[in-house]
Design a protein around this ligand. Structure first.
Ligand SMILES: *Cc1c(COP(=O)(O)O)cnc(C)c1O
Length: 362
């Protein structure tokens, strides 16, 4: 077949992203624990703001996102001028690759890192470079060993998805200080809110020109369906991203809901407390059943099974019980299942089902 119109190099190497399943054929009340969503949903204030936005759907949204940037900046103690909002943090990953990585450039991500780093590096024509982790932990020395003169971006999710592990600020500082000048460290803090006392890399950013953070409203704030993310970093980088982002990349409803969500500290605190409590409970319940996991700092647990066959069998059993978790073959962890920490009932239900599976399997 002759093909005259060809996509840019790299694009056909992209495998389609597969999101977490949300339905099981023949089941009406499936429990979805496959996409790290907040089991309580968004703050009622965010839902109310979304409803109010329905009165002005004919109006274009703000293109400078000033109100939302101000609300985020107040909450986190940031300079709103160095903050950019985008349609989910995935959008920021895309903008970073488009702006700073092209053909001949390399983009580093870790072995079990988030799939979008590779996808957007390829979309920009750059070469993604996968760096091994050490026992499912980001390995700073291995990253430095993989850096070349062509490296432009280093993506680290901290805490990481799907492992749930994280590296300390000292290790990140050591990495940032040893990266060559032409290279930016991008800290993906999608789960930073779940870590008590972690500044998501803010102190590193304030002291350097080569570090930035990416954040999202999809996890703790429960607004994955609305697509809202943001990034904070050096002014020059933010100015570059502002040139290439869509001027109306966030809908008015998304802007309003996010602003209300980030201002509702009380609600965020309650969701966080529940996650911490039930994450511990679930990890211990699974460990007692012979299913270990690394200590997770996020809102999910990476449950390790004996081998791929057992993980697959457990996944099938959970499905038959109406529970959807995430298989990890695509992340090079075929013997693992990633299980989102739900509310109390959800955690009890999934632990009970794994117990039945283990009993059956014996
Ligand atoms: C869930 C997740 C995100 C969030 O992506 P959005 O596009 O904001 O929904 C970003 N990074 C990682 C590592 C994630 O797991």
């Amino acid at each position: 077949m002759t093909q005259i119109l060809r996509p840019q190099p790299g694009i056909l190497d992209i495998e389609l992203y597969k999101g977490g399943a949300s339905h099981i054929a023949g089941q009406s009340n499936a429990l979805k624990l496959s996409s790290n969503e907040n089991p309580f949903g968004p703050s009622p204030a965010a839902v109310e703001a979304f409803r109010r936005a329905s009165h002005d759907l004919h109006r274009y949204p703000s293109s400078d996102h000033a109100a939302l940037r101000e609300a985020i900046a107040e909450t986190h103690g940031l300079d709103p001028a160095r903050l950019i909002c985008a349609a989910g943090s995935g959008d920021v990953i895309n903008l970073m690759c488009q702006a700073y990585a092209g053909p001949g450039d390399e983009v580093i991500h870790t072995e079990h890192g988030f799939a979008l780093y590779r996808i957007y590096a390829l979309a920009a024509g750059a070469t993604p470079v996968s760096v091994p982790e050490h026992e499912r932990m980001t390995d700073i020395e291995a990253i430095l060993a993989a850096v070349t003169g062509k490296t432009r971006l280093v993506f680290i999710a901290n805490p990481n998805n799907p492992t749930g592990t994280m590296v300390g600020t000292d290790a990140l500082a050591s990495l940032a200080d040893r990266l060559p000048e032409q290279c930016m460290l991008v800290l993906d803090g999608a789960y930073a809110e779940y870590v008590d006392g972690y500044d998501a890399g803010l102190a590193l950013i304030e002291a350097r020109q080569n570090v930035m953070m990416i954040r999202t409203f999809s996890k703790l704030y429960g607004l994955g369906g609305l697509r809202i993310g943001w990034s904070y970093g050096p002014q020059e980088v933010i100015d570059v991203l502002n040139r290439i982002r869509g001027p109306f990349n966030l809908s008015s409803a998304a802007l309003a809901a996010a602003e209300a969500a980030v201002r509702d500290r009380d609600y965020a605190g309650k969701c966080l407390a529940s996650n911490t409590q039930w994450r511990h409970w679930l990890a211990e319940a699974l460990a007692a059943l012979g299913v270990p996991s690394d200590t997770s700092m996020a809102n999910f647990i990476l449950a390790r099974f004996t081998d791929e066959a057992e993980a697959e069998a457990c996944n099938a059993f959970l499905k038959s019980e109406g529970i959807i978790v995430r298989q990890m073959g695509g992340y090079n962890l075929p013997h693992c299942l990633r299980i989102t920490v739900g509310d109390e009932a959800a955690c009890r239900r999934v632990a009970h089902a794994v117990g039945l599976f283990k009993g059956q399997a014996k």
